[in-house]
Design a protein around this ligand. Structure first.
Ligand SMILES: [Zn+2]
Length: 168
């Protein structure tokens, strides 16, 4: 299924959450989990706000959605402002969320070939608003971004974005 008007509306919710996070001094990545057109939860990265090492936007959103039966995940769409890391892709694979709408993949892309190989439909929107949020983060707090994706600050330029682990 191509990008729909509903997708636009739900991605807007994720972008709104990303902006909220930025206004709190946090990392501007947001997500929304939508089941059959109903929003289950909207969340954002909580590294700064909660001092969390694992609450990426997608994980925060799954957590906020609470315990759901398998059939709910299997009929849901994930909307996220930034292409998922392996951790968040793993959560989507675990719960067999069949479709992910991705705001942008230019800043970071790690898991898309894996997700496609597993049969998950990806819709890459390339929304300039998502990219601008990440550009602002990287300009203002590059060390925070490095921390979020598990790379040394000085190595930011050399991060492999094709999913190949950065040699250390
Ligand atoms: Zn992640």
């Amino acid at each position: 299924m191509a990008f729909t008007e509903d997708d636009r509306r739900f991605l807007d919710l994720a972008i709104e959450a990303a902006r909220t996070s930025m206004s709190q001094g946090g990392i501007p990545i947001g997500a929304a989990l939508v089941h059959d057109g109903t929003v289950l939860a909207v969340g954002h990265n909580c590294r700064v706000q909660k001092g969390s090492a694992i609450l990426h936007a997608e994980i925060d959103t799954i957590e906020r959605a609470g315990r759901q039966p398998a059939t709910v995940y299997r009929n849901s769409t994930f909307h996220t402002t930034l292409s998922p890391c392996f951790m968040c892709a793993g959560a989507a694979l675990l719960y067999e969320i069949p479709r992910i709408v991705i705001g942008e993949s230019r800043t970071f892309e790690q898991s898309e070939s894996l997700l496609r190989d597993k049969g998950i439909e990806l819709v890459i929107v390339d929304d300039v608003r998502c990219k601008e949020l990440m550009d602002a983060l990287i300009a203002n707090s590059p060390e925070l971004w490095s921390e979020d994706i598990g790379v040394e600050s000085v190595a930011l330029e050399s991060v492999e974005l094709d999913g190949t682990p950065d040699p250390r």
